[in-house]
Design a protein around this ligand. Structure first.
Ligand SMILES: *Cc1c(COP(=O)(O)O)cnc(C)c1O
Length: 478
């Protein structure tokens, strides 16, 4: 006779996983379980909880790496027990990190002559942006102190297409964020509008390379020229920090001639995500300064740790070292040619999808050009008027085939525009693109047959009314 649930014993080494008591219980939510269980059962419970999620490579919402080769994966897994901060114990990792900073600084045409270029790693672009922003703030503050001027009202200027990290930066350090609105005519940061928002309290202007909302690049060269004029007229020295979360690893390989980096006069720091087009699994970010003199001393902390004096720049202390090995491996394995080939392929596939989706009757692309391997499109207004579905319904439909293609509303001023976005990354082939296009076409054909507004349509309309943001819901901005 079968034992009742209460009588059944806790797992032992011989218990079959699905014959155990644990598998008849809900997984812990509030309290740590009283007793231990076997590794096999614990593994099953945790693994199965993630079972229903999207396959990471079908997640076209994220910018973050979802494919690395087996050797990279092995290197990173083998280094999973290494804490980056233990520089005395793992000195080679610290050196490897410095080599990565050198390589990135040179990709961005640093003029710095020191053997070891000035930079820092972070857990992602968020930490890297914070460090770049804080350095700009400290430099401004130190200068204001020297001049005997007040330094209690710092601000920075950025387009309304900013990623959420800049809102955090503004809030956490209490620095006013001045946003230049994106409009249907001005699809990226307008240099003149940015300058118009600057004053003596501006710590920096932040152009973005690879705007998360649109995939476009702000024109840093034009901004630099406008800022140069403004600075010489006013006597200020407002610098530029570039948020190049995705662009930092795309521009050097695909558009080496384009001047967006340290070749420009007022660009003093640049940040990027190693885990986006740097092709490393999360979390890894980098920030580089044009020269050591632009990194305020107040940001380097000398710590006597485990028997050595180390100098550290960063918000975190302990952090995994595996990503550094992953980044250095990718540099060696791929070389300039390899990065160029991968990113070119992503661009080709993105352009192909862009043109095919642009040809689909209900849609039009937001921008005619594709600068980075991502783009957004919207429903033609005349189509939206007469059909019973929205891009949110299409997002739901595509999810049934395993795809994650996010729909979201645009930032302030153009927030009534609902768009859909595809980010093409390494691991997304032309064949997968064709499968996706087939699924989109089939989903659209199904949705066109709808006779009444769908529940998601109603929900979406309501959401727009309260201007609630779809931002976090869709994973947008990752
Ligand atoms: C992704 C992104 C960030 C945040 O980067 P993380 O690496 O996720 O911390 C910041 N800015 C832009 C423009 C981004 O695309």
């Amino acid at each position: 006779m079968e034992k009742k649930r209460e009588e059944r014993e806790s797992a032992t080494v011989t218990t079959a996983v699905f014959g155990s008591k644990e598998m008849l219980q809900s997984a812990p939510v509030d309290k740590i379980p009283e007793k231990s269980t076997t590794a096999e059962i614990a593994y099953r419970i945790v693994q199965d909880e993630t079972y229903a999620q999207t396959q990471p490579r079908l997640n076209l919402a994220t910018f973050v790496t979802t494919y690395m080769d087996e050797y990279a994966t092995k290197l990173m897994n083998d280094a999973i027990d290494i804490n980056y901060i233990d520089e005395t114990e793992y000195p080679r990792v610290a050196v490897m990190c410095a080599k990565c900073i050198n390589i990135i600084a040179n990709l961005w045409n640093t003029p710095e002559k020191n053997k070891w270029k000035t930079g820092a790693l972070g857990i992602g672009s968020s930490e890297a942006c914070m460090l770049g922003g804080v350095a700009a703030w400290q430099r401004w503050k130190n200068r204001r102190i020297k001049e005997g001027k007040p330094y209690d009202k710092p601000n920075f200027v950025i387009s309304s297409g900013y990623q959420v990290v800049w809102e955090k930066f503004a809030q956490l350090w209490q620095i006013e964020m001045r946003t230049v609105p994106l409009t249907t005519e001005k699809l990226s940061l307008c240099p003149e509008d940015a300058i118009a928002m600057c004053d003596e309290n501006t710590i920096c202007v932040v152009p973005i390379q690879g705007v998360t909302w649109t995939g476009l690049n702000d024109d840093v060269e034009a901004l630099d020229a406008a800022l140069d004029k403004y600075n010489s007229k006013t006597g200020y020295d407002i610098p530029i920090h570039i948020d190049a979360a995705s662009g930092g690893f795309i521009l050097p390989f695909l558009y080496p001639e384009k001047k967006w980096d340290f070749r420009l006069k007022w660009v003093l720091s640049i940040s990027t995500s190693g885990h986006k087009y740097g092709l490393v699994y999360p979390g890894l970010g980098w920030v580089v300064w044009k020269d050591k003199k632009y990194l305020p001393d107040t940001m380097s902390f000398s710590v006597n740790y485990l028997g050595a004096e180390i100098s550290q720049v960063g918000l975190n202390f302990s952090r995994p070292a595996a990503q550094i090995l992953g980044q250095y491996y990718q540099f060696i394995r791929l070389g300039f040619e390899g990065y160029k080939a991968i990113h070119s392929s992503c661009m080709e596939i993105a352009k192909y999808l862009h043109s095919q989706i642009g040809k689909m009757q209900p849609f039009r692309n937001y921008s005619t050009e594709v600068h980075n391997p991502l783009f957004i499109w919207e429903m033609k207004p005349e189509h939206a008027k007469n059909c019973k579905w929205t891009l949110y319904d299409l997002q739901d439909k595509l999810k049934q085939n395993g795809w994650m293609v996010p729909a979201y509303t645009m930032p302030a001023n153009i927030e009534s525009t609902v768009v859909m976005r595809i980010v093409v990354r390494q691991g997304f082939s032309r064949d997968m693109a064709d499968q996706l296009l087939t699924d989109i076409a089939a989903a659209v054909a199904d949705l066109e047959k709808l006779q009444y507004p769908t529940p998601t349509r109603i929900a979406a309309d309501n959401k727009m009314k309260v201007k609630s943001t779809i931002f976090t819901h869709t994973g947008k901005g990752k």
